[in-house]
Design a protein around this ligand. Structure first.
Ligand SMILES: Nc1ncnc2c1ncn2[C@@H]1O[C@H](COP(=O)(O)OP(=O)(O)OP(=O)(O)O)[C@@H](O)[C@H]1O
Ligand SMILES: [Mg+2]
Length: 279
């Protein structure tokens, strides 16, 4: 059974079209990156799956249950893009509240484990008001993981994190995926998405414009050679052309130091998809 199945999802806010018929699936143990420009509809999609936004048309199901239903919500962990916790609340109080709301019986051990996991060990008594924004975002991730969700929806979970924090979140997500959790990750950090996601879905003005594994979406972009005459890119060649290319360069008297096939990055693919550029 799929963890998340979205079919023909449409959402209009008044006359504003946010989603124009989106299809998307996430399987258990799959990490999918949802990409798209500001205003593309990413958060609207995630909120629809949580039941926070009522779709205009189409369906979303979570492990076969209608999105927004109690059983669907029980399976979900959600980190919103813009969240504010009360400044006076401590990390421990906040997690305890969410354990109660989520019906988790993990107790102090779960709270401790989650704070350790997100890199906030020993911070259980720190008040939100005394946390940096990155610390608050880490706490938000811990909150999303309360009760061990089977589908994790993260709306830009690393936007406030330093490089070490981003690495930590990548490791946490990879571990969750390996233990069978389905993850849908909204992000603008393409290099990060490329590193961790099994599949990416790119949306633009509420429509899916590209989809696939990052490696399947990328295309050959020529071969870069570094010789005694300098470094240059030879367009139109692919990896299989390299032995003949090297033989020709050597026959021409060039000294070859390095040869590298180039492929488009996820950033190139993204720009092609959302702007029609060939980067
Ligand atoms: N509550 C709302 N009322 C009216 N319009 C809304 C509402 N929420 C979102 N929109 C509009 O719906 C569209 C999609 O917004 P959404 O927040 O889903 O985009 P996004 O892809 O998450 O963007 P970002 O990358 O900036 O977070 C935008 O045009 C936005 O202005
Ligand atoms: Mg958003």
């Amino acid at each position: 059974m799929t963890a998340l199945e979205v079919r023909g999802l449409v959402k209009t806010y008044g006359r504003q079209h946010a989603l124009a018929g989106v299809d998307l699936t996430v399987a258990p143990g799959e990490l999918v990156g949802l990409l798209g420009p500001n205003g593309a509809g990413k958060s609207t999609l995630v909120k629809s799956v949580c039941g926070l936004v009522r779709p205009t048309a189409g369906t979303a199901t979570v492990f076969g249950q209608r999105a927004g239903s109690r059983t669907a919500r029980t399976a979900i962990g959600y980190l919103a893009e813009l969240f504010r916790y009360p400044a006076w609340s401590t990390a421990d109080e906040l997690l305890r509240l969410h354990q109660r709301l989520a019906g988790s019986d993990g107790g102090a051990a779960e709270r401790q484990r989650l704070l350790d996991l997100v890199g906030l060990p020993g911070e259980s008594d720190r008040r939100v008001g005394a946390m940096s924004k990155g610390m608050q975002q880490r706490l938000g991730l811990a909150h999303a993981l309360v009760g061990g969700p089977r589908l994790l929806l993260l709306d830009e979970p690393t936007s406030a994190l330093d490089p070490v924090g981003r690495r930590l979140v990548r490791d946490v997500l990879a571990h969750l995926r390996d233990s069978g959790v389905a993850v849908l990750l909204n992000s603008h950090l393409l290099s990060e998405v490329e590193l961790v996601c099994d599949r990416v879905v790119i949306i633009r003005t509420g429509t899916v414009v590209a989809e696939g594994a990052p490696s399947d979406l990328s295309r050959p972009r020529g071969v870069e050679v570094d010789t005694n005459t300098g470094r240059r890119v030879i367009d139109g060649l692919v990896r299989d052309d390299i032995p003949a290319l090297v033989a020709r360069l050597v026959a021409d008297g060039e000294q070859v130091y390095a040869v590298r096939p180039l492929a488009s990055t996820l950033e190139d693919v993204y720009l092609d998809a959302v702007q029609g550029q060939t980067g």
